[in-house]
Design a binder for this molecule. Structure first.
Ligand SMILES: [Zn+2]
Length: 251
């Protein structure tokens, strides 16, 4: 199938990249991406994926916008305070690209709803801010053989994991972090976070998503650790923990 004249005009800068071309742009447009969490990570991810032409975007969040979100959650403005993040995100993404379909889930991801929510999407992006959600998303992406792009941010440090569970022997988040830490859970707001780190980490996650769609060599099977204070970046290979699936793989 060919790209329409409008899409050729709109995405000419992508199409002019030899490794993308019209074929690659068509793949981006036809992809199905789910973004869980519309905070500091979800903001740049949603904006860049809508701008890149992803036609089917699912968004999951149960929060409303608070003034303390605005220092990093660039989807939102002062006039949005008190409104649901999924509603404002939907409006914003359609302002960028009126052709996209946004499926809104105004809910917190939970063991009772996750299977139904994730099943129609090919790539799942985890921008949540707590371990329970991250481990739940990891387990169900593994069960459903999805591609998972997971990010976490705290203070000056960002982490990104990419897993393709269609591949046999893919490591998973639990290989690296088997259980929820025992200390009282803190979210990024309470322990502090540099606003721009959310932008840096989220934009790399959007970049990895586009690379997965285009079958480029991605960060799959690695963890990328970013320190935005001294700007050191480490890429560490993850290996499957042979006890991981025995302990946690059955859902
Ligand atoms: Zn594992």
């Amino acid at each position: 199938m060919k790209l329409s004249y409008d899409n050729v005009k709109r995405f000419v800068a992508h199409i002019n990249l030899k490794k993308v071309g019209a074929y690659g742009q068509k793949k981006i447009i036809d992809s199905n991406i789910l973004i869980i969490g519309l905070g500091g990570l979800g903001s740049p991810i949603a904006l860049y994926l809508a701008a890149a032409g992803v036609k089917n975007i699912g968004i999951v969040d149960n929060d409303t916008i608070d003034i303390s979100n605005l220092h990093r959650q660039i989807l939102f403005t002062e006039k949005d305070i008190g409104k649901p993040k999924v509603e404002i995100t939907n409006n914003k993404l359609k302002q960028i690209n009126s052709k996209i379909n946004v499926k809104k889930f105004f809910t917190k991801i939970h063991i009772t709803n996750i299977q139904k929510i994730i099943k129609k999407f090919n790539i799942i992006i985890d921008g949540t801010d707590n371990f329970n959600s991250k481990l739940l998303i990891n387990d169900f992406c593994k069960k459903n053989k999805k591609i998972l792009i997971s990010g976490a941010i705290s203070k000056f440090l960002g982490q990104i994991f990419v897993f393709d569970f269609k591949k046999k022997n893919s490591p998973c988040l639990r290989c690296f972090m088997p259980d929820k830490p025992e200390t009282e859970e803190q979210n990024c707001q309470s322990e502090g976070i540099l606003g721009t780190l959310a932008g840096i980490t989220g934009t790399i996650m959007a970049n990895e998503t586009i690379k997965e769609i285009l079958n480029f060599k991605s960060l799959c099977g690695y963890i990328l650790m970013i320190n935005s204070q001294d700007f050191s970046i480490k890429k560490i290979k993850l290996t499957k923990n042979k006890y991981c699936s025995k302990k946690h793989g059955k859902i």
